[in-house]
Design a protein around this ligand. Structure first.
Ligand code: AMP
Length: 298
């Protein structure tokens, strides 16, 4: 089983074309919905009393939510961000941690022997604590973002040391190491623990660093982008989901995982919040995968 730990959020997202307020988002939401296309996926996290029942139902339809805590006293994590006409640059307006700030994660007994654990972007201390609850995961991958790098850098480094793989985006990798070269960042990530590192570059694709080699991959071309929120998490979920389904770790499966990551990321950005992601089916993924491969054959 794959267990995903991260935020389950209400997102307010503003673009020059449209604003969505308090819609379902969060790193664990995007990652687990994306991963559920590949393997049985469970989710661990906390929401508040203001979390709409319809969102609970939506999650329940796709993933195992026995690891979800509903606080009767606090409010759900809320993330407010804006994009300008350049949809690749996000500005954070507000991060209201609410229920996640003092969350002591627990996991249901049924999740203890999860072989695959994905630590979606979240408080690095909480990420490290939850790892102690699993009996012996085969593969642990984590993600992080600017908020935690700026506020908890030491813990972020310690967390990276405890995982097999890390996925993060280009600006975050550069911020983490105060380094301008993406290849150097990937090598540095490898040097602090993980077997592999993936750095996402948005519409410029992604870079895998594994066994001392670099593997760049272009992004799947998408012309109509409505909301880039959740692209990284959808990438991470699909990447992890694919590896869990394959049950092996080598350069071929990692490269394929990266293709699936890009494919699910490309679906996520085509509509606001999780709108598009929840409606993707196996045929959509297969068709996009075939088309993606075609792009490389000449
Ligand atoms: P991304 O894949 O980077 O676009 O992630 C977007 C998601 O991250 C949003 O749905 C937010 O709810 C969530 N998020 C934003 N800030 C944080 C944070 N500091 N910690 C955890 N999750 C966050």
């Amino acid at each position: 089983m794959l267990t995903v730990f991260g935020t389950i959020a209400l997102d307010t997202t503003r673009t020059p074309f449209h604003t969505v307020e308090k819609t379902l988002g969060g790193t664990a939401t995007f990652a687990s919905i994306s991963a559920s296309n590949y393997v049985f996926t469970s989710i661990v996290g906390i929401v508040g009393h203001d979390f709409p029942a319809s969102y609970l139902d939506l999650l329940k339809d796709r993933v195992d939510i026995r690891g979800l805590t509903i606080s009767q006293t606090g409010k759900t994590f809320h993330y407010d961000s804006s994009f300008g006409y350049d949809l690749s640059k996000r500005t954070t307006n507000k991060t209201e941690l609410n229920v996640i700030s003092n969350y002591q994660s627990t996991i249901p007994e049924e999740y203890v022997d999860s072989e695959y654990v994905y630590l979606a972007n979240n408080d690095p201390l909480q990420n490290m604590n939850i790892l102690k609850l699993f009996s012996k995961p085969k593969l642990i991958i984590c993600d992080t973002m600017d908020f935690w790098i700026m506020n908890r850098r030491d813990e972020v480094i310690r967390m990276i040391n405890k995982v097999d793989g890390i996925i993060l985006n280009e600006s975050e990798a550069k911020l983490l190491f105060k380094e301008s070269n993406i290849f150097t960042c990937a090598r540095l990530l490898g040097s602090i623990g993980p077997t592999f590192a993936v750095i996402n570059k948005g519409e410029n694709g992604s870079l895998l660093f594994y066994e001392n080699e670099f593997y760049p991959l272009p992004a799947y071309p998408i012309e109509i982008i409505r909301d880039p929120t959740g692209a990284g998490d959808s990438f991470g979920g699909a990447f992890m989901g694919y590896l869990s389904q394959q049950g092996k770790l080598d350069s071929k499966s990692l490269k394929n995982a990266m293709m699936h990551g890009n494919i699910m990321g490309s679906f996520a950005i085509e509509d606001y919040g999780i709108e598009k992601l929840v409606n993707v089916n196996a045929d959509d993924i297969k068709n996009r995968y075939e088309k993606y491969k075609e792009i490389f054959s000449f």
